[in-house]
Each structure stands twice: as C-alpha cells, then as structure tokens.
Design a binder for this molecule. Structure first.
Ligand code: HEC
Ligand code: HEC
Ligand code: HEC
Ligand code: HEC
Length: 192
C-alpha cells in the first residue's frame, strides 16, 4: 500500500533526469495516453462515416441503399459521388458529434428489430419527416457543401431551375434546398 502511494506521487514529481527537462514522468505518460485516445477517436469518427458502415444495418433492413444506388448521387456523368454521410452527417465538430450521439438510438432499434422490409414503407414516412426537419433546421448545409449557390452559374441551369434559384427569395419564403428537392437519393417521401 505504502509503496504504491509513493509510486503515484513520484510519477508527478519534477523529474531529476536532466534529459527530461524536469518534466514529471506522469506528464509524458498523460500525453501518450491522450495521443492514443485521440487517434482512436479519429479512426472511429472516420469509420462510422463510411458507406459500408451504413450498409451494415440498412441493407436487408429497408430499401434505402438500393434506392440510393439507383440515384444520381450514386452514379452520374462526372463520377462525383455523394456518400450517405455527405448528406446526413455535418462536417463541423459539434453538429457532427450531436448526429453521432443521436444515432446511438439506431443501434438500440436495430437490436430490437424495430424496422424490417415488411414495416418499412409505413415507418419511413416518419423517418423522412424527421430527416427533412433536421436538414431544414441546418438550412440544407450538407447540400451546400457540394452545391454552393454562391458558386453556381444559373445561366447554365435549366430555365425552370433559374426561375426558382434565388437565395434572397428563399429567405423571404423560409425555403431551403430540401423544401423543393425531396427524394434526391431515395424514393420521394410521402410527407406532403
Ligand atoms: C446499428 C445499425 C445502423 C447503422 C450502422 C446505421 N443505421 Fe441508420 N438507422 C438504423 C435504424 C434501426 C433506423 C430506424 C430508427 C428509427 O426508426 O427510429 C435508422 C434510421 C436512419 C435514418 C432516419 C432518420 C432517423 O434518425 O431515424 C437516417 C437518415 C439514417 N438512419 C442514416 C444512416 C446513415 C447515414 C448511416 C451511416 C453513417 C446509418 N444510418 C447507419 C440503424 C442503423
Ligand atoms: C458530395 C457532393 C453532393 C452532395 C452532398 C449533394 N449533392 Fe446533389 N449532386 C451532386 C452531383 C455530383 C450531382 C450530379 C451532377 C450531374 O451529373 O449532373 C448532383 C445532382 C443533384 C441534383 C440534380 C438532379 C437531377 O436529376 O439532375 C439535385 C436537384 C441535387 N443534386 C440536389 C441535392 C440536395 C438537395 C442535396 C442535399 C440533400 C444534395 N444534392 C447533396 C453532388 C452532391
Ligand atoms: C424554390 C424551390 C427551389 C429551391 C429552394 C432550390 N431549388 Fe434547385 N431547382 C428547383 C427547380 C424547380 C429546378 C428544376 C427542376 C426540373 O426542371 O426538374 C431545380 C434544379 C436544381 C438542380 C439541377 C440544375 C438544373 O439545371 O436543372 C440542382 C443541382 C439544384 N436545383 C440544387 C439546389 C440546391 C443545392 C438548392 C439549395 C442551395 C436548391 N436547388 C434550392 C427549385 C428549387
Ligand atoms: C444526396 C443526399 C443524400 C444521400 C447521398 C443519402 N441521403 Fe438519405 N436522405 C436524404 C434526404 C434529403 C432525406 C429526407 C427525405 C427526402 O427528401 O428524401 C433522406 C432520408 C433518409 C432516410 C429516411 C427514410 C426516407 O424514406 O426518406 C433514411 C433512412 C436515409 N435517408 C438513409 C440514408 C442512407 C443509409 C444513405 C446511404 C446509403 C443515404 N441516406 C444517402 C438525403 C440523402
């Protein structure tokens, strides 16, 4: 017991070894542990953003992945692909963390077998509504990460698009991308 105490105390005493610059050994250990934790954190943040991660539950549970794979966001002339996380997971740190924490409920629902191919068409209406609300509250920021209205050349868009693409007007009408564009990666939801 005594011996253990001195060990922990010594860990935080200024080091006597010259090459350690008087920094307590514990300081180095703490930094080491911190770096490892941060590395693990980065790896898990990255892994849980991959399409394969989303597929691991959504394939077989619903038809979302198959619909996405038929959509222009999966395959198009330019080969620029939008991953699930590009649209559903914010890039900024705090909103991203919130999304990941919120998603832990899905692990629970998965384990309880809440969603399956029989009841999905019924349950998806609510899911789409929730997802739409989240995107609207973020003013479609995830769409804008790729389709930046400040950078687009409306002259090269279709006449119909040009008539509707006026960000000043959107502000007045409280509209955002996902109000006019639904079902861009999945079947158009029956929420309106
Ligand atoms: C552990 C299994 C699992 C994984 C992995 C998973 N999901 Fe889900 N997801 C679910 C379940 C179950 C639901 C239905 C939850 C409900 O009805 O409340 C769901 C619902 C959703 C919804 C509907 C809105 C909501 O929050 O209920 C979206 C959007 C979604 N998932 C996107 C994703 C994306 C994007 C990924 C990959 C980054 C992903 N999911 C990975 C199980 C999973
Ligand atoms: C990772 C980048 C990326 C993200 C994120 C993204 N898109 Fe796209 N989007 C594309 C690409 C690439 C195309 C295909 C362009 C082409 O080949 O014409 C496209 C096409 C479109 C089209 C044209 C559809 C058609 O049939 O021609 C619409 C509308 C659109 N996106 C809306 C959205 C909306 C709304 C969001 C957010 C929910 C979004 N996009 C998110 C990259 C993205
Ligand atoms: C007020 C409704 C409205 C809003 C808001 C809106 N769009 Fe559109 N958008 C349209 C219409 C209408 C078209 C033409 C669709 C068609 O002809 O089928 C279009 C077309 C497009 C196209 C295809 C370009 C083309 O030449 O047809 C893209 C990409 C697109 N919108 C992205 C976005 C993004 C991203 C946002 C948000 C930054 C957004 N839109 C906001 C109505 C809107
Ligand atoms: C281009 C952007 C985009 C991509 C890519 C995308 N989603 Fe979505 N997703 C949306 C939008 C927007 C909604 C809200 C409903 C709507 O408008 O379609 C939605 C809705 C959903 C829903 C609710 C159910 C429903 O019927 O709407 C689920 C679950 C979901 N997405 C999961 C995924 C998964 C898993 C992937 C990858 C396989 C993915 N999404 C890829 C934009 C996207």
């Amino acid at each position: 017991m005594e011996k253990e105490k001195t060990f922990w105390r010594k860990l935080w005493l200024p080091s006597k070894k010259k090459w350690l610059f008087g920094i307590p050994l514990g300081g180095f250990l703490a930094v080491g542990v911190g770096v490892l934790a941060l590395g693990g954190f980065q790896v898990s943040m990255h892994a849980t953003n991959a399409n394969e991660f989303c597929y691991s539950c959504h394939v077989g549970m619903d038809t979302i992945v198959e619909e996405y794979q038929q959509s222009i966001h999966f395959s198009n002339a330019t080969g620029v692909q939008a991953d699930c996380a590009d649209c559903h997971v914010p890039k900024e740190f705090l909103p991203k963390m919130w999304t990941k924490i919120r998603a832990t409920k899905d692990v629970y629902h998965m384990l309880m077998g809440k969603v399956n191919l029989e009841n999905f068409e019924e349950l998806r209406v609510h899911q789409a509504e929730v997802t739409h609300e989240i995107m609207k509250a973020r003013d479609s920021q995830e769409c804008k990460n790729c389709h930046n209205p400040e950078g687009w050349d409306t002259e090269r868009q279709s006449a119909r698009a040009r008539n509707h693409h006026d960000p000043e007007q959107w502000k007045k009408d409280d509209e955002t991308c996902v109000d006019c564009h639904m079902g861009v990666a999945h079947k158009k939801p029956a929420i309106r």
